[in-house]
Unconditional design. Structure first.
Lengths: 573, 279, 179
């Protein structure tokens, strides 16, 4: 348990508004100067279902849920069993309910927790337009130590469109909630006061929004969209944003249309992107292969969810790695990248756009539901460094060869409109000029070209985050990086150093760089959120791993927590 | 039409590449190639401003035979390629081309939505009622009793697809049928199709002399439609009720606004988009 | 297969000199272009004998193009859109139709096509020579008709060297996947 962090869960059903209150608390905490990380869970109903908001507030940047929750508050307990496994409670956790909405489930009161009841419903009914979730907000704010003024300022922004009456009601409820907490609840250990922050030095953003932002910053100006959980928010954010930037988003009839529309737009010279999840990317694979063969840059974001097939659409897993790496038919080298945190969604997407354009190749970005739909306070990203910059011919004359064999493997790409540069892009194998060819020589040369342009490129230091020293290393990727990082921080605090290697560039593999990163390492723990050891097998296929190797594979839907990783390491050593 | 300047006017042959078509001698697609190059020459479009997008099939080979930009994509997905290109680069002339299998079977869904979306492109389908490249299977426009395919030895047994009906119902802005027996008439129809704003669809009856040799008789059977093109979808629909797939001419010229997003940058710098998240 | 056309080309009484020149240029240019395309098809399908024949015919038509341009002297020949030319419903009279080809066709078939083309062209000009109202047009049309008759004679002589093939000329032991 981290004394500088508190984890809160707020549950309710039937339109109780726990998501609104949770987000309001998040915003207030952010305004107050803390860091925070919010995720949520819900039943399958479109409306009126049970839901829970899970919020972690911390003095330092936070990229992972904690091991346990210190506070669980329920406006009502309907169907709460659904969420039980996702909300492991700390010993002595504070569990708050409302006698007027029913007793807590038996399994909760059997745990070593402190249960209290608060008359939220009754108190709310005594306030004009009062709502229990706003009272809950006040209770939680008081428990953590968020000043009333901060909450009021935040409510002003949140409710400004709903009118003064709603605002007044909100403030009254929050005040009443604070009073209830003061009178009826035991004191909890509060967070240390946050460090002072300059306004605007941080962002409050979801991974999906950060992905969209990275795309536009990287130069994407055409997006084709087909909605799918949990990627839809990327597309919804991009629709007005790419339009403001002079581009456009088109909603297509299916994923097959989306992927081909972006290939068409990119053939026309416009950096293009689509976002989907596992089932959608499976549909797109044939056409991603077309972009590999015709050497057309595109970015495809896969916000991974539980599979296989329809799976668990609202939950996270890291099991599309195999498809991303090996799903294209033929020998079809391409880029696969994965952000390691909500903040990294911005950088990695931007970098992917840059790489795709520089190398004239598809880049698959493997995000996941836990990154995409979690909302976090992050540092404002650094200045633009990686931008779309496609190599085009300075001039074209007779004999322009679209797929000319060059030292780097990248051949200048004529853009429609350039006189003299006319060529026909093709999925068929082709000669350097671009005419279809079945010759062994042409096939060998073009295969080599498409491989060489990726394997010969210098990706620099961003291929992985390599931190810490020691003869034990943990190798991971994607969203598991957060809990792994935190686990290793705790070990360091206890006097043990461990090396962390969080891979960002999964394809092409970087054996030399990983070799350097593993110098002196005698044992390796591989951590991934899937059942089939996809990452482990990929590492074994492409890299030399030293000494002893162990794997920790835990499929979704539950997140991997720092204690899970710590247990694996401590049991081993 | 741009015939200004000191450069000589482009002739139809200037739109042809040096690649020799591999279509069977007798194939109707040669006539389409001829008609298309004549149409482009009549419009004097600079070849570098034209892009021809296709899927997979005999007729989809056409981009390589032209001196324009081209894209030979995957089976059934030519229309979204063309839509994406045109929306991102509206100043180009984008033609999408292919056969009846590519366009109406695997591509059927994209056909519906392309008509519906009404982007300013022209879709040319060389309809020979068969899958030629894969050696003679029934296609969505094949007659139900055509029994010469090993895949459907009793004949497909199901109704054929009526492309003009689907195009009209889905909102295409220009709908026409042509025949390769009249390359000049086809050329004129293509010029009108390309010039007409929005999604223009031209079904060209193009015999496959190898797998449907009876289609050579089409030239004796096709005839001009008895009435001129209409801008009234209901009239067009009534004409289609008695259509026998052999009337040639422009059926419908609509006035729907084409779909074309504005593409106008309103930011000083893309990082302005971050401000909505600032704490 | 046979080279068969259901409609003869349309002549007419009201040609001007310009229109006549434009139509003859179109006839010859289309024929040259068409024979070139046919030659390429035959080359791709490994029918060398007929390919060479079509190439030769294309060359000859190219010379005819030059002749028509010479006829017009310094005055540029006006451009007429392909569909406004007066042969409706088909390509120009002299150019073989695309669907008259067969990948196994023999020189006899090719020359029959050429002969029909030349005959149609001759008829076309003769028709104008007989019925045009303008004397210059009639004279020019007669010259052109005479040229075409010479082409007819040339092709007839050529054709005499290639007798009709036997009934099995189209047999291919390797059919393309259909019985």
């Amino acid at each position: 348990m981290n004394p500088a962090s508190v984890s809160i869960a707020l549950a309710g059903s039937g339109g109780a508004g726990v998501l609104t209150s949770g987000n309001a608390l998040l915003e207030a905490a952010a305004q107050a100067g803390w860091y925070a990380y919010l995720s949520r869970s819900a039943g399958p109903q479109i409306r009126g279902g049970e839901s829970v908001t899970m919020l972690r507030i911390c003095n330092d940047p936070v990229e992972s849920p904690d091991d346990t929750f210190e506070i669980l508050m329920a406006i009502d307990w309907r169907n709460f069993e659904r969420f039980a496994a996702e909300i492991p409670l700390a010993d002595n956790a504070l569990v708050l309910g409302d006698a007027d909405t029913g007793p807590p489930p038996g399994f909760l009161t059997a745990l070593p927790v402190r249960y209290h009841e608060l008359p939220l419903k009754r108190t709310a009914s005594g306030i004009a337009q009062g709502r229990p979730n706003m009272l809950a907000l006040g209770v939680l704010a008081e428990l953590i130590g968020i000043p009333l003024q901060t909450i009021t300022d935040m409510l002003n922004r949140l409710l400004q469109t709903k009118g003064q009456v709603a605002l007044d009601a909100g403030v009254s409820c929050v005040t009443a909630g604070m009073e209830l907490a003061q009178k009826k609840l035991p004191a909890v250990q509060r967070l240390p006061a946050p460090a002072p922050r300059s306004p605007g030095e941080r962002l409050l953003i979801t991974g999906n929004e950060a992905t969209g932002l990275g795309a536009v910053r990287g130069g994407v100006r055409f997006v084709a969209a087909y909605p799918i959980t949990p990627a839809t928010e990327i597309l919804e954010w991009l629709a007005p944003s790419v339009d403001k930037a002079g581009g456009t988003l088109v909603q297509a009839e299916d994923e097959l249309a989306s992927i081909n529309q972006i290939i068409g737009a990119s053939f026309g010279g416009t950096p293009a992107l689509t976002a989907t999840s596992g089932p959608g990317m499976a549909l797109m694979l044939e056409s991603i292969g077309l972009a590999v063969a015709a050497e057309i840059p595109i970015v495809v974001v896969d916000v991974m969810r539980n599979g296989p097939s329809t799976g668990i659409p609202t939950k996270s897993e890291q099991a599309d790695l195999g498809m991303a790496l090996y799903g294209l038919h033929g020998d079809a080298p391409h880029l696969v990248l994965a952000p390691t945190s909500v903040a990294d969604c911005l950088f990695t997407t931007q970098w992917a756009v840059h790489l795709a354009e520089a190398l004239q190749v598809p880049a698959i970005v493997l995000s996941d539901q836990s990154l995409g739909q979690s909302r976090a306070v992050i540092e404002r990203p650094a200045d633009l460094t990686f931008m779309a910059r496609r190599e085009t011919p300075a001039s074209v004359s007779d004999g322009y060869q679209r797929y000319a064999l060059t030292a780097s493997g990248v051949s200048p790409m004529a853009i429609p409109g350039m006189a003299g540069g006319q060529y026909t892009a093709d999925g068929l194998e082709h000669s350097p000029v671009g005419t279809p060819s079945g010759s062994a020589a042409d096939h060998a040369e073009q295969l080599h070209k498409r491989q060489q342009k990726l394997s010969g490129f210098n990706y620099g230091r961003h291929w992985a985050d390599i931190e810490g020293k020691g003869d034990t290393a943990v190798i991971t990727w994607g969203s598991t990086t957060g809990p792994v990082r935190e686990a290793l921080a705790r070990r360091k605090a206890a006097g043990h150093t461990t090396r962390l290697i969080a891979v960002r560039l999964l394809a092409p593999a970087q054996p030399a760089s990983l070799g350097d990163a593993l110098a002196g390492v005698e044992r390796v723990l591989i951590v991934e959120q899937c059942h089939g050891q996809q990452f482990y097998r990929y590492l074994r296929a492409h890299y030399e791993l030293p000494g002893e190797v162990r794997t920790f594979c835990k499929p979704g839907p539950l997140p991997i927590r720092p204690c899970d990783v710590l247990t694996q390491i401590e049991d081993w050593l | 039409m741009d015939t200004e300047g000191t450069t000589a006017a482009l002739a139809a042959r200037d739109y042809k590449s040096s690649v020799k078509p591999v279509w069977c001698p007798g194939c109707g697609d040669f006539s389409v190639l001829s008609a298309l190059t004549k149409a482009l020459a009549e419009m004097q479009l600079p070849p570098e401003q034209v892009a021809v997008i296709s899927g997979i099939g005999c007729s989809s080979r056409i981009p390589a035979y032209l001196n324009t930009y081209g894209f030979h994509g995957v089976h059934g997905r030519a229309l979204p390629l063309g839509v994406g290109l045109k929306v991102a680069r509206p100043e180009l002339t984008v033609l999408v081309s292919g056969g009846d299998g590519d366009g109406f079977s695997i591509g059927g869904n994209h056909f519906l939505h392309a008509c519906r979306r009404n982007v300013d492109i022209t879709y040319i389908v060389m309809d020979n009622q068969v899958y030629g490249m894969t050696k003679g299977q029934a296609s969505p426009t094949t007659a139900p009793d055509w029994s010469l395919s090993k895949l459907t030895p009793e004949g497909p047994g199901i109704n054929p697809f009526y492309p003009l009906v689907i195009a009209l119902a889905s909102g295409a802005n220009f709908i026409a049928r042509a025949s390769t027996s009249d390359p000049n008439g086809t050329a004129r129809m293509l010029v009108e199709a390309i010039r007409h704003p929005g999604f223009s669809f031209v079904q060209i009856l193009s015999p496959c002399v190898t797998f449907q040799p009876e289609q050579r008789d089409w030239k004796k059977l096709v005839r001009p439609a008895p009435v001129a093109a209409t801008s009234d979808p209901a009239k067009a629909a009534r004409r289609l009720m008695t259509d026998d797939n052999l009337f040639v001419g422009i059926l419908y010229q609509g006035s729907r606004e084409p779909f074309q997003p504005r593409l106008e940058n309103r930011l000083e710098h893309p990082t302005e988009l971050e401000e909505q998240f600032a704490v | 297969m046979s080279a068969d056309r259901s409609k003869p080309p349309a002549g007419g009484a009201d040609y001007t000199v310009d229109e006549l020149l434009a139509h003859s240029l179109a006839i010859e240019a289309e024929a040259e272009e068409r024979y070139t395309m046919l030659a390429e098809q035959m080359e791709v399908h490994n029918n060398d004998e007929v390919a060479k024949l079509f190439r030769r015919l294309a060359e000859i038509e190219g010379k005819h193009v030059a002749k028509v341009q010479a006829l017009s002297g310094d005055t540029p020949i006006p451009h007429i859109a392909p569909w406004d030319l007066r042969w409706q419903g088909q390509s120009s009279p002299e150019a073989p139709e695309f669907d008259d080809l067969h990948y196994l066709m023999t020189p006899h078939h090719a020359l029959e096509l050429a002969l029909q083309g030349e005959c149609y062209a001759a008829e076309f000009f003769a028709d104008i020579a007989a019925s045009a109202s303008d004397a210059t047009v009639r004279q020019m049309a007669e010259e052109l008709a005479q040229e075409e008759r010479e082409h007819v004679a040339l092709v007839e002589k050529w054709l005499a060297r290639y007798p009709k093939p036997d009934r099995n000329w189209a047999d291919d032991q390797d059919p393309p996947g259909q019985e």
